[in-house]
Write a protein that binds this ligand. Structure first.
Ligand code: OGA
Ligand code: MN
Length: 201
C-alpha cells in the first residue's frame, strides 16, 4: 500500500499487482459472479441525472452498486481496506477524500469501454478512481486491458496497458487521466469506485 501511495503522489496514478493468491479478491470474484448470474446487475449507462443514457457503443459492462458499508463480509473487508487507503492518502497527499461510491462491473465477451475521463461533465466531485480486478488465470490474448494514458489530460503519447488480473489494484486522479477498457475476449470482472470530496458547504 505504501508503494502505491508513493507512486500516486509522484505520478497521479499507480498500479499494484497482488501477491498470490489474494484470497479476499477470490471471494469477491465468486460473489460478483453469483450475484451477476442471479440477474441482479443492470446495464451500465453514461452521464448522470437527465443526461443518463445506455449507449452500447461507448460501454458494454453491467454493474451493481455496492451498498455503503457493504452487503457481505467480503465487501466489508474491501471497504475497510479502502478506508485505510483513504486515510493514508489524506495524510500524505492532502486530497480531502471524503466518501466512496463503487460498483461491481462485469464485461461480457466482446464488450469494452471507450476512452473517457471519470469526472462527469459539470461535476467536479470524483477525485480518485480505484479499481480492483477479479479475474483468475488472465492470459495474454484475453484482451480487456485497461489502457491508461499516463500524461495528465492527454490522449496521445505514453500509455500503460494493465491486465485485469486477480487482485491487481489501479488508482488514478479521476479528472486527469484518460483511459479505456479494450475489447475483452473473456468475461471480465472488477470493483470500480471513486472517492469524492465533501460537498461544498
Ligand atoms: C470505469 C472504468 C476501467 C476498468 O468504470 O469508469 O473506466 O478497467 N473502468 O474496469
Ligand atoms: Mn473510467
Amino acid at each position: 500500500m505504501e508503494d502505491l501511495i508513493a507512486d500516486l503522489k509522484q505520478n497521479g496514478w499507480a498500479c499494484m499487482t497482488a501477491e498470490t493468491p489474494d484470497l479476499d479478491a477470490i471471494q469477491l470474484m465468486r460473489e460478483c459472479a453469483s450475484i451477476c448470474a442471479a440477474g441482479d446487475f443492470t446495464q451500465a449507462a453514461t452521464g448522470r441525472g437527465s443526461g443518463l443514457q445506455v449507449r452500447d457503443g461507448i460501454r458494454g459492462d453491467q454493474i451493481l452498486w455496492l451498498p455503503p458499508g457493504g452487503a457481505t463480509a467480503d465487501q466489508k473487508t474491501w471497504l475497510a481496506r479502502l478506508e485505510c487507503f483513504r486515510l493514508a492518502i489524506n495524510q500524505q497527499l492532502f486530497l480531502g477524500l471524503f466518501e466512496y461510491e463503487g460498483h461491481f462491473a462485469v464485461y461480457p465477451v466482446g464488450s469494452f469501454y471507450k476512452a473517457h475521463l471519470d469526472q462527469h461533465a459539470g461535476a467536479r466531485d470524483r477525485i480518485l478512481t480505484v479499481i480492483l480486478y477479479l479475474n483468475a488465470d488472465w492470459q495474454p490474448g484475453d484482451g480487456g486491458e485497461l489502457k491508461l494514458w499516463t500524461t495528465p489530460q492527454g490522449r496521445e503519447g505514453n500509455y500503460q496497458l494493465i491486465e485485469p488480473r486477480m487482485g491487481t489494484i489501479v488508482c488514478f486522479m479521476s479528472d486527469e487521466f484518460w483511459h479505456e477498457v479494450l475489447p475483452t475476449n473473456k468475461e471480465r470482472m472488477s470493483i470500480t469506485g471513486w472517492f469524492r470530496k465533501a460537498p461544498a458547504a
